[in-house]
Design a protein around this ligand. Structure first.
Ligand SMILES: Cc1ncc(C[n+]2csc(CCOP(=O)(O)OP(=O)(O)O)c2C)c(N)n1
Ligand SMILES: [Mg+2]
Length: 472
């Protein structure tokens, strides 16, 4: 959400509805008009990911000099743009975060998707339900002492995880982070695999050798395992796209980084590399307002993280991360762009981390009013209302049946996962190795022989050819 970074700008923004220039060096953004006067979605409105390019040079200024100010286009598809800020107050034992702003608005409607059919919307809703129910089951397993290590939750972020992964094609790649367990489900991992992994079972994806969601599947599902060092996965996914291109294909590499993680140096290096090489990276910046106990207002000074796209020279777009239709449309268009070889897209998904960082964190530092505000924007409840009452694509009976089916499936998976054996060091000799050695397996190109040829580009062809040769 476009939370208020500086209280002094507040009045100006409210009046004009536009973001005022923060300083002479920061060009003003011009959000695209996306809604009707009453805030409801325009039926014909489409999510168009536009490149953050400078608009025409500004007209002459009054004193006769030509202004060198440029403006950039960052589409913002949300149907509400909450304005508030979180700040620290008090000292010593009474130090706390407080919130300032209007939190009284009713939750916005779901924006109609330009691409999703009735069946696809229901499929995403089902994934979101499974995502949530699985995390509830994991919390209970943890409390029963069955989980080895911690548990991470994506509560409130299910729409973002599931709808973004749903936009991928079979040939595309996913690089999820710890909160994207919904994306893992959509990509074909069963809930029982994820639960086994958390319990370090012998038949879990890593045979009990690694914790939480640190597993992937290069062979069948095209999933890179999450990397805990924040931002590192972006470079890996850029590498996946580059590797595929050298084998003659443009694939999508969808990955995620948080509002905290995007501050790392490697995020800049990787995204810049992907931009220069026009790799098919789709980066969802999950701005869930907190990085551990640091609010985003104390993490960065730009108003919206999508603005960072301008500096990379790639398209940036803002969506409501609690609205699966917005997330899907923006990701879908970014994927199409990636497959056409046009390069990366940065999607900022604004939402709220509705639990602590992990299960050990009660998130008492979060102002209660903020939780209340976002609870009313629960992605599952709002999408359910959209499907049942707005679109009437699900009857209440069909909805109850779908929920019961998900619960039944989940319960069967939970039982199977609990019944799985722990690894046995005596008998499990084939799975002892943590690292591969040269005799372990052959690493082969996935798509075919490496073809070193210059990428088509209007700008700097010699530089690009050089890069391709160098990387060969
Ligand atoms: C490079 C790096 N620095 C610090 C950490 C420790 N750390 C793990 S998660 C986290 C907070 C992440 O916040 P954010 O990126 O906003 O993601 P969220 O947890 O909100 O999804 C931190 C600081 C890390 N894993 N890697
Ligand atoms: Mg965060």
């Amino acid at each position: 959400m476009a939370h208020q970074k500086h209280a002094k700008n507040k009045g100006a923004q409210k009046k004009s509805g536009k973001v005022p220039p923060a300083s002479a060096s920061k060009p003003p953004l011009t959000p695209a008009p996306t809604e009707q006067a009453d805030g409801s979605p325009k039926p014909t409105n489409t999510v168009v990911v536009r490149k953050a390019v400078p608009a025409k040079p500004a007209a002459r200024t009054g004193d006769g000099a030509t202004s060198s100010r440029r403006s950039y286009d960052i589409p913002d598809y949300r149907l509400e743009r909450p304005e508030f800020r979180i700040f620290m107050s008090g000292e010593g034992a009474s130090l706390e975060y407080q919130i300032e702003g209007d939190l009284s608005a009713p939750p916005p409607p779901i924006r109609e998707s330009k691409y999703l059919s009735r069946e696809q919307c229901i499929a995403i809703y089902r994934w979101m339900l499974l995502n949530r129910r699985m995390e509830v089951a994991l919390e209970n397993l943890y409390k029963q002492g069955k989980v080895v290590g911690g548990v991470y939750f994506g509560l409130g972020q299910e729409g973002c995880s599931c709808a973004s992964a749903y936009a991928l094609g079979t040939d595309d790649w996913l690089g999820p982070m710890i909160r994207n367990q919904g994306a893992m489900l959509v990509r074909g991992f069963a809930a029982r695999d994820i639960m086994r992994q958390y319990m370090a079972k012998g038949d879990s994806p890593t045979w009990g050798r690694d914790a939480s969601s640190h597993f992937g599947d290069f062979q069948r599902r095209n999933v890179c395992a999450p990397i805990s060092m924040l931002g590192e996965l972006i470079g890996v996914m850029a590498g996946v796209c580059l590797g595929a291109r050298l084998q003659g294909r443009n694939v999508v590499g969808l990955t995620y980084v948080g509002d905290g993680g995007q501050s790392t140096g490697v995020t800049y290096e990787s995204l810049n590399f992907a931009a220069v090489q026009k790799l098919g990276l789709v980066l969802v910046v999950e701005n869930n307002l907190w990085g551990y106990s640091t609010p985003s207002d104390m993490q960065f000074c730009v108003k919206d993280l999508a603005e960072r796209a301008i500096a990379y020279g790639i398209p940036g777009v803002i969506v409501d991360g609690t609205d699966p239709c917005q997330v899907y449309d923006a990701t879908h268009e970014a994927c199409e762009r990636a497959r056409r070889g046009e390069g990366p897209t940065l999607i900022e998904a604004k939402m709220m981390r509705m639990k602590g960082h992990a299960i050990h964190d009660a998130a008492q530092y979060v102002p209660a009013k903020l939780f209340e505000f976002w609870r009313a924007r629960d992605p599952i409840a709002r999408f359910e209302n959209y499907l049942v009452n707005v679109k009437r694509w699900l009857t209440p009976e069909a909805d109850h049946k779908l929920i019961a089916d998900v619960e039944r499936e989940l319960e069967a998976d939970r039982e199977a996962a609990v019944a799985s054996p722990m690894p046995d060091p005596e008998t499990d000799k084939t799975h002892q190795g943590v690292y591969c050695d040269p005799s372990c397996h052959q690493i082969k190109p996935k798509y075919g022989p490496v073809v070193a040829k210059a990428r088509k580009s209007q700008s700097a062809p010699s530089k690009i050819a050089e890069a391709a040769v160098h990387l060969k």
